[in-house]
Design a protein. Sequence first.
Length: 325
Amino acid sequence: MISLKGLACFLVVFGHVIMGIRKAGISTPKSMVFVEEYIWTFHVPLFMFLSGYVYRLTGGWEAKGTRKKFLLHKLCNLGIPYFVFSSIYILINRVTSGVNNSSSISDILMLWRTPVAQYWFLYALFILFVIWSIIPGGEKTPNLILTTICTFVSIMPINLGILASSMWMSLFFGLGTVVNIKKIREWPLIIKNSIIISQVLGAIFFLNIINENAITSRFFAVLGIVTSIVAVSLLDKCDCVEKCMLVLSRYSFPIYLLHTIFTAGFRIVLLKIGVNNYLLHVLLGIIVGIGIPIIGMNIIKNCKILLFIFYPSSTVMCIRKNKSY
């Protein structure tokens, strides 16, 4: 599961880098446009699937004793980073020229209902925690029923408002609460190879022939999740790849929160000095998007105030533990 989280983290950074480059008007190879579209069919659903998997693995809301304690815990751990980094993102976009998506200071006042950039994920995830807290977290049948209901609602032609993103992601979160990743990893090699081939051929067919709709998009997202699990089970046999995935997994949250700020900033700088090479932008974008958050977290690891912004509950627990000595 840890390596799978690392892969999801890498795909999110990679997807945002190549999308940002294309939107900036840099000449993009047609093959990379396909790669971008392919990644976006499943990389965010994969992260949501893992969130559901961890929710079940840690005991659901029952692990905190009551629904109220669980939701307050999630509101703190997701809400503080959501509002802080969304506001930082908006402020930087407001004062920086050359960004792909401009922002207004007033957008900060609307964050309670209108997420910005990748931070919509935290918003949607909290709503799913609220929904899932109405049932026992450890039982598969209620989770399957709730997943089915939410998925059905999400494909209905109705305006769901602030619930739209959560309902769209409910299928993947719900699957995470019932699917056994270990069993998929143990599938025979011939089945794993067949799934990977089917995913590649299916993606080509889906992106070039089939018109995307509520059913097909969810189907290929689920196929992408299964393929990711299978691929990681094969890649884990390579020590170098496994170690890289473990590092990405360890720093996945700060990378998720910060990567677009640094990749966009670095892309703007490169363009201002006349660097337009696509491959160079991709490589440097990935290095900056992953490297700076990791370096930054190691620099501030002893600063409790800054750590609190990233990991509110963990930081408070650490402070309390130190005071008890």
